[in-house]
Write a protein that binds this ligand. Structure first.
Ligand SMILES: [Zn+2]
Ligand SMILES: [Zn+2]
Length: 132
């Protein structure tokens, strides 16, 4: 008999998932109900804005932070101090958005300085692909 994890209160489930690193959480995120994933990001990573939480969940699923369409070929990582997720110990998770949303078309490895599409602050865009 398997342990009835999903019958525990949602905050306890989140507390347990909180022992995973965000990268481990991302790896198994397709198995986790969205409510629980949102609650976990809120409770364990202290993200209070649900729009931001949904953006990160989009990124977990390899979809654009903003429009939730699949990220294909080359897309942009926004290196923005406001919109990144500081995980401590020099590990930071940055939002990834499609080039349509960012309106910045650039090649892989190319850096552009521009207004952050999410918070409008000055930031850096890095062109990346899943193969970089
Ligand atoms: Zn997009
Ligand atoms: Zn930003």
């Amino acid at each position: 008999m398997s342990f009835p994890f999903y019958r525990l209160p949602i905050d306890i489930q989140s507390l347990i998932l909180g022992y995973l690193s965000i990268f481990e959480l991302q790896y198994i995120s397709f198995m986790i109900p969205r409510d629980l994933l949102r609650n976990t990001l809120n409770q364990c990573y202290h993200i209070t804005d649900y729009k931001t939480i949904d953006g990160y969940i989009n990124n977990f699923n390899k979809c654009c932070f903003l429009c939730s369409k699949n990220l294909v070929e080359i897309f942009n990582m926004i290196i923005c101090k406001n919109c990144s997720l500081d995980l401590g110990r020099d590990r930071v998770y940055y939002p990834e958005i499609c080039q349509k949303c960012s309106k910045i078309k650039q090649k892989r490895g190319i850096v552009t300085f521009a207004e952050c599409t999410i918070c409008k602050d000055y930031s850096t865009y890095l062109g990346i692909s899943f193969f970089s």
